[in-house]
Ligand binder design. Structure first.
Ligand code: UFG
Length: 326
C-alpha cells in the first residue's frame, strides 16, 4: 500500500512516516519545510513541495498511485491564528481543498485528517465526546472544523471516505529516541517545562493560576505521539476495508493540570522546574479532556503509553539529546 503523508517532516508526521515504513507501507512525504525538518523524515521518498502548488500536486499524483493520504500539513499555533487568520484559512482550508481536488482528479478517495480539540471551543462538559457542540473560538479551530465539514460534503458528492482524528494534547517522543518534538518557536507546555528543568530556559511561565480547577491551573489530556500514530494505522485499515467517513476524539481520557505536569517533569528529571506565574493566555479553556471511548469500541484502539510519566520520560530524553538553544 502506498501512502502520501503531507506534513511528514513535522512532529506527528515524522513519527507517522517512521511507523508506516516499519509496518511495510510505501511512504511519500510532501512537506514545504516551513515548520518541519528534512532530517526528521527517516524513510521513504521526500518531496519538497507545497499544497499551494496545484501543478506540483498534479505532477506528484501523476507520478504515484496512492492508496490513501494522511494529511498533517497545516499551521497550528492558536494565538497566531487570531493575529493572522488569513494564514490559517489559506494554509489549512485552502491548502486542503487543493489536496482534495488533486486526489479527486487522480481517483484517490481515502484521507485521514488531523483535526483538533480546538473545534469544540469552550467545553460545555468534560470529558468531551464526539457529539459535544462544535463552537471554535479561534481561526485555527474554525479552519479545522470547516475542513471536517468539507470532508463530509465530499463524501456525499464524490464518495470520498475520510477519518478525522481530533487530537487533544500531542506529546512525547519516539521511545527509541530517534525522533521528538521540534517546533520553532516552541509553545507547548511539556517541552518548555523540560527546558526549564534542564537549564535551556531560565524559567517556565505558567499561564494563569486562578482557573476554576483544583490547583488553579489548566487541565489537559496529554497523548503519546506513538498512540496517535497507531490510531492512524487503524484508520488506514478501516478505509482499506471500504469503511465510510468517521470522526474520533483522541486522548487518554485523563486530565493533568499544569502544576501536575511540572511535578512529573521534576520527578522524571530529578531537577526543579523554575516557575514564574503569569497571566492567563487568551483562549485557553480551563479543562480539556477527551472521551475516546468511541475509537476504543469501534477499532479496539488502546493507548500503549497512557502514563504521563512515560510521555514525559520520552520527551525528556529527546530534549536532552537534542538540546535546542533557548
Ligand atoms: N502553558 C503554560 N506555559 C507555557 C505553555 C503552556 O502554562 O509556556 C499551559 C497552557 O496555558 C495550557 C497548557 O499549558 O493550559 C497546555 O498548553 P499547550 O500550549 O502545550 O497546549 P494547548 O492545550 O494550548 O494546545 C493544544 C494543541 C492545539 C489545540 C489546543 C486546543 O496543541 O493544537 O490544544 O485548545 F488547538
Amino acid at each position: 500500500m502506498e501512502v502520501l503523508v503531507t506534513g511528514g517532516a513535522g512532529f506527528i508526521g515524522s513519527h507517522m512516516v517512521k511507523m508506516l515504513a516499519t509496518r511495510g507501507y510505501s511512504v511519500v512525504t510532501l512537506d514545504d519545510l516551513s515548520a518541519g525538518f528534512r532530517d526528521a523524515v527517516l524513510a521513504g521518498e521526500f518531496v519538497h513541495g507545497s499544497l499551494h502548488d496545484i501543478a506540483g500536486l498534479d505532477a506528484l499524483f501523476s507520478a504515484h498511485t496512492f492508496d490513501a493520504v494522511i494529511h498533517f500539513a497545516g499551521s497550528i499555533v492558536v494565538s497566531e491564528s487570531v493575529r493572522d487568520p488569513s494564514k490559517y484559512y489559506r494554509n489549512n482550508l485552502v491548502a486542503t481543498l487543493n489536496l482534495l481536488d488533486a486526489m479527486r482528479k487522480h481517483g484517490v478517495g481515502k484521507l485521514i485528517f488531523s483535526s483538533t480539540a480546538a473545534i469544540f471551543g469552550m467545553p460545555q462538559y468534560v470529558p468531551i465526546d464526539e457529539g459535544h457542540p462544535k463552537a471554535p473560538i479561534n481561526p485555527y479551530g474554525m479552519s479545522k472544523w470547516m475542513i471536517e465539514n468539507v470532508l463530509l460534503d465530499y463524501e456525499r458528492a464524490y464518495g470520498f471516505h475520510s477519518v478525522a482524528l481530533r487530537y487533544f494534547n500531542a506529546a512525547g517522543a519516539a521511545p527509541d529516541g530517534e525522533l521528538g518534538e521540534r517546533h520553532n518557536p516552541e509553545t507547548h507546555l511539556i517541552p518548555l517545562a523540560i527546558r526549564a528543568a534542564n537549564g535551556a530556559l531560565p524559567a517556565l511561565t505558567v499561564f494563569g493560576s486562578d482557573y476554576d480547577t483544583p490547583d488553579g491551573t489548566c487541565i489537559r489530556d496529554y497523548i503519546h505521539i506513538v498512540d496517535i500514530c497507531e490510531a492512524h494505522l487503524l484508520a488506514l485499515d478501516h478505509l482499506a476495508r471500504g469503511g465510510g467517513s468517521r470522526a474520533y476524539n483522541l486522548g487518554n481520557g485523563e486530565g493533568y493540570s499544569v502544576r501536575q505536569v511540572i511535578e512529573i517533569v521534576e520527578r522524571v528529571s530529578g531537577n526543579k522546574v523554575p516557575v514564574h506565574y503569569g497571566d492567563r493566555r487568551e483562549g485557553d479553556p480551563p479543562r480539556l479532556v477527551a472521551d475516546s471511548s468511541r475509537i476504543r469500541q469501534d477499532w479496539g484502539w488502546i493507548p500503549r503509553y497512557s502514563e504521563l510519566e512515560m510521555i514525559v520520560a520520552h520527551a525528556w530524553r529527546w530534549e536532552n539529546a537534542n538540546a535546542v538553544p533557548a
